[in-house]
Design a protein around this ligand. Structure first.
Ligand SMILES: NC(=O)C1=CN([C@@H]2O[C@H](COP(=O)(O)OP(=O)(O)OC[C@H]3O[C@@H](n4cnc5c(N)ncnc54)[C@H](O)[C@@H]3O)[C@@H](O)[C@H]2O)C=CC1
Ligand SMILES: O=C([O-])CC(=O)C(=O)O
Length: 341
């Protein structure tokens, strides 16, 4: 499993240890004091193998970072934690960062769509990406802030304006959709979630989320199950928003998903090969349809995106879902591009 795979070694006596290599990467978390930022930072600081590739966790927010950093710094791993509060402190937070993770912005309340967050979060992502462009233009940028289908194009346009855009270094984090899909499909099929992999393509909201349930290894589902599960995966975020009843959206599962993506990227940047994750990245697959960003499985490497995977075979039902996904994606992406211009 990803959490234990990183740099683990089995000693001759059978005990499990972690490589003693010292990490040299700096990760900046922007929005570090928030519902996602805090547990995400905890998972990065406390991961048993993290100090083998991570040396510095830089915690940035507009409020409360001293407390988060003081608290995390009492965890006995070698990852250094620093805190930076307010926009004047952004350059110091980003200085020398190899990876920047952005969970800054407002979450949904019941009755809202992710696109309803656009007015607030678009300018937050734009401002933070402009900071990245001027301070750490070579960094890998992981956008969590919603609506991801629009905030990723905003980040791309902002980096392009500054002349530092490289499609290999910008990701919209869609990992939570795959994590959820594993849970829901495993539950329906009577399997262990750890052993179920579901490809989820497209974007990160409603109908733009396209779970490929026709090719889950070792799982056969009825038509009725497929339709029910597809809807549950597409609207899984709403379940959490409803359950939290006004107190926000998914934070803990998102922190888990964000940490998984970040740690896998760090392993790839260090030179480990064959690491794949899904992410919403610039992709040529549907450019002919006016959709410049799309999530498929990608291979990660020393420069970030090494190669973008195919969509693969889809059955008739999934082809219908794809058509709907592309329609919505085109609108969401255009909204982001127009805003940034
Ligand atoms: N990509 C995905 O799968 C998911 C994305 N999200 C999104 O992540 C975002 C954050 O969610 P939560 O952590 O629950 O929200 P939150 O409100 O708990 O935390 C957000 C943090 O961002 C900070 N912030 C606001 N403006 C900022 C700025 N200009 N610079 C730096 N920090 C700033 C706030 O002070 C706060 O600490 C939301 O937009 C949410 O919709 C949530 C779950 C899953
Ligand atoms: O639903 C939301 O607003 C948060 C989110 O993106 C998710 O949980 O997938």
């Amino acid at each position: 499993m990803w959490f234990c795979r990183a740099l683990r070694r089995v000693a001759p006596n059978g005990s499990r240890t972690y490589a003693t290599q010292i990490g040299d990467k700096k990760v900046a978390v922007l929005g570090a004091a928030g519902g996602i930022g805090q547990p995400l930072s905890l998972l990065l600081k406390s991961h048993p193998g993290a100090s083998s590739f991570l040396s510095h966790l830089s915690l940035y927010d507009v409020v409360n970072t001293p407390g988060v950093a003081a608290d995390l710094s009492h965890i006995n791993t070698s990852v250094k934690c620093t805190h930076h509060t307010g926009s004047d402190a952004l350059p110091a937070a980003l200085d020398g960062a190899d990876v920047v993770v952005i969970p800054a912005g407002v979450p949904r309340k019941p009755g809202m769509s992710r696109q309803d967050l656009f007015n607030t979060n678009a300018s937050i992502v734009q401002q933070l990406t402009a900071g990245i462009a001027s301070t750490c233009p070579q960094a890998q940028v992981l956008v969590i802030s919603n609506p991801v289908n629009s905030t990723v194009p905003i980040a791309a346009e902002t980096l392009k304006k500054a002349g530092v855009y490289d499609r290999r270094r910008l990701f919209g984090v869609t990992t939570l959709d795959l994590v959820r899909a594993s849970c829901f499909v495993a539950e329906a099929a009577g399997k262990r979630p750890e052993n179920v992999h579901v490809d989820v393509l497209g974007g990160h909201s409603g109908k733009t989320i396209l779970p490929v349930l026709s090719r889950v290894p070792g799982v056969q589902l009825t038509k009725e199950q497929v339709e029910k599960l597809t809807n549950r995966i597409q609207f899984g975020g709403d379940e959490v928003v409803k359950a939290k009843d006004g107190l926000g959206s998914a934070t803990l599962s998102m922190a888990y998903a964000g940490a998984r993506f970040t740690l896998n990227l760090l392993r790839a940047l260090k030179g480990e090969s064959g690491i794949t994750e899904a992410a919403f990245v610039e992709s040529d697959i549907f450019k002919k349809d006016g959709v410049d960003y799309f999530s498929t499985q990608i291979t990660l490497g020393r420069q970030g995106v090494e190669s973008v995977g195919e969509v693969g075979p889809l059955d008739e039902y999934e082809q219908g879902l794809l058509k709907d996904a592309l329609e919505d994606l085109k609108i969401n992406i255009k909204a982001g591009v127009d805003f940034a211009k």
